[in-house]
Write a new protein. Structure first.
Length: 257
């Protein structure tokens, strides 16, 4: 992945905070959301030991389908206020369609987010202020595609699991897992907080991130080792970190205490 400034937590947060500081009625903000340099924004999977050749393994196919559904639902919320994919016509779905490129047998999967994000950005025009559109678009792309954001999300998930578990053996195993730096964790918390305050579309965007990462973690549990957005996760770690859906709603509130 090329060294792009916004893939680093400090630079990413600075860009978002700059948008947040702009006047609420600044209609020109929308025009300033330029994703032309967002070629780095993608979900990248590498499997050192793939089970099959020249195809996407079923667990990761399911994970990409989850991401696709979440993007459709977010677009539907932006369009109608409801997460009903049936409200999108064929042309709208085509614009939001993810393309997963498989290389190296079945070792590398890449799905670029730049085009779907640009389409989502257009869908939000007229439904939100220009400021909200800018913030939601930048936050969503950053949270899904940045290695630091995924590492920090994994650490947050670990904290939720630690609260659940009673077994000392499992607690010790979880406590030994570390992915993110303190800066990365704090930055993630701030970005989540900002996104949550952007109305219903912002809250729905949080679900896109949560559901996508959950699906990627489930898929990672099926392989000895998986590298997601340049973050290595073993099957043992993935199994330990998998969190029941009923607990996920508690994660954001817990992480910001």
């Amino acid at each position: 992945m090329p060294e792009v400034e916004d893939t680093q937590p400090t630079a990413a947060l600075a860009r978002i905070e700059k948008l947040l500081a702009l006047p609420v009625r600044s209609e020109e903000i929308f025009e300033k959301v330029d994703l032309s340099d967002w070629d780095w924004a993608a979900v990248r999977i590498y499997l050192p030991q793939p089970d099959i050749q020249s195809a996407i393994t079923p667990p990761f196919m399911e994970a990409f389908l989850v991401l696709q559904k979440q993007i459709y639902q977010l677009a539907a919320v932006a369009k109608t206020g409801f997460a009903d994919v049936a409200q999108l016509n064929d042309a709208e779905r085509d614009e939001l369609l993810l393309n997963v490129v498989v290389t190296g047998g079945s070792s590398n999967y890449v799905t670029e987010l730049k085009k779907p994000l640009e389409s989502l950005l257009k869908r939000m025009v007229g439904k939100m202020t220009g400021k909200q559109i800018a913030i939601v678009t930048v936050c969503l792309g950053t949270l899904i595609a940045s290695p630091w954001a995924f590492k920090a999300w994994l650490d947050q998930t670990k904290e939720i699991k630690i609260e659940e578990l009673k077994s000392k053996e499992h607690l010790a195993s979880l406590d030994a897992i570390h992915f993110a730096t303190e800066e990365e964790r704090k930055t993630l918390n701030r970005v989540l907080e900002i996104l949550e305050n952007q109305g219903e579309v912002g809250k729905r965007a949080l679900e896109v991130v949560s559901q996508t990462n959950d699906a990627l973690l489930r898929a990672a549990a099926s392989n000895p080792k998986t590298i997601i957005n340049h973050v290595e996760v073993t099957s043992t770690e993935a199994e330990l970190l998998r969190t029941p859906a009923r607990k996920r709603a508690q994660q954001r509130a817990s992480s910001r205490r």
